[in-house]
Write a protein that binds this ligand. Structure first.
Ligand SMILES: [Cu+2]
Length: 192
């Protein structure tokens, strides 16, 4: 029981650290400016005062026995620092995407709607599924199009993640915020 909870929470936290890392580097750059000419004692105040963001956990909508997750890929803005909006990509949020809770044996449909002005792909990292549902670099989702990864969940409890695999653009898309966790539960684990 504790193992599953630990794995789930630690993985979500690890993903959240992407936010923290991005924030820290931006803060570092911001902090470097304008400090050369002053001789007064300065109090270093960090603009990184926000709580660590944890992506929300969403449960699917059941349509005729298939569990649907509707995921909207958008351009967005996220307030990493108070009063400063940073342009991001997001999945039904302002940065990163929600955590999806699946159960072994589920029939699922992960419906990705690309509201960006450029093509993407969406890949289920660690998922055991048919190749055509994998979201490879060849399976592009054009702007304005919805692509659904539909399959039967057939693997033990584990923690995976989803992210783009767009040719030559995977890092850019992930850094911009296109990534989220997938948690699979089974009858040997405890649901969150
Ligand atoms: Cu991957």
């Amino acid at each position: 029981m504790e193992r599953r909870k630990f794995l789930g929470v630690s993985s979500i936290s690890a993903l959240s650290l992407i936010v923290g890392t991005q924030g820290a580097s931006a803060n570092h750059r911001m902090g470097g400016g304008g400090s050369g000419s002053t001789t007064t004692t300065t109090t270093t105040t960090s603009t990184s005062s926000k709580a660590l963001p944890i992506p929300s956990l969403i449960r699917p909508i059941d349509r005729n026995g298939v569990k649907h997750f509707d995921l909207n890929v958008n351009q967005a803005q996220h307030e990493f620092f108070d009063g400063i909006l940073t342009n991001t990509f997001s999945i039904s949020s302002t940065y990163l995407g929600p955590t999806l809770l699946l159960t072994n044996g589920d029939n699922v449909s992960l419906n990705y709607t690309n509201n960006l002005s450029e093509e993407i792909t969406m890949h289920g990292h660690g998922m055991h599924l048919p190749a055509k549902m994998d979201g490879t670099p060849h399976q592009t989702i054009a702007p304005g199009v919805t692509w659904s990864a539909q399959y039967n969940v057939n693997q033990k409890a584990c923690t995976n993640w989803y992210h783009p695999h767009t040719h030559h653009k995977t890092p850019h898309h992930v850094y911009q915020g296109l990534a989220g966790m997938i948690i699979i539960e089974d009858n040997e684990s405890n649901a969150l």
